[in-house]
Design a protein around this ligand. Structure first.
Ligand code: 5GP
Ligand code: ZN
Length: 118
């Protein structure tokens, strides 16, 4: 069960199942689910089960976990047949456009992406 700050964290509640979500993948370290406001035909969020506020808060001891989250995103892309291309995004803090303060990767695919991003 979550404690402290995590009690008020939306994605901790999603990981715990207190807030419902549409699961895509899960293992002992991570949980992936469909974004509620998809910005592409495939838009999946990948989060660590443990509460980490943002990638800026991930210390050296989280290196393996960060690598695992990237692998999960790539594995989901393979399973979703996104071989023609996709984008993995980590919005961070205010200027980065982060709106939920629990580290998450966006996996976006199924359409042509544009550059630069907004
Ligand atoms: P951020 O803006 O922090 O990078 O991304 C947060 C994402 O969480 C947004 O794409 C938003 O649509 C998604 N989101 C916000 N609330 C919920 C929710 O309750 N359920 C799901 N599945 N996604 C959510
Ligand atoms: Zn959290």
């Amino acid at each position: 069960m979550y404690t402290g700050f995590a009690m008020s964290c939306l994605f901790c509640k999603i990981v715990e199942g207190v807030v419902p979500s549409a699961p895509v993948y899960q293992d002992d370290l991570s949980y992936a689910f469909a974004d509620i406001h998809p910005q592409a035909p495939v838009h999946i969020l990948i989060v660590p089960r443990e509460h980490i506020g943002s990638i800026d808060e991930a210390g050296k001891d989280k290196q393996a976990l960060l690598g695992h989250l990237l692998w999960v995103a790539a594995e989901i892309a393979r399973k979703k047949n996104l071989g023609s291309g996709h984008r993995i995004v980590v919005n961070t803090s205010g200027d980065g456009g982060q709106t939920v303060d629990h580290l998450h990767l966006h996996l976006l695919g199924g359409r042509q992406m544009t550059w630069p991003p907004g």
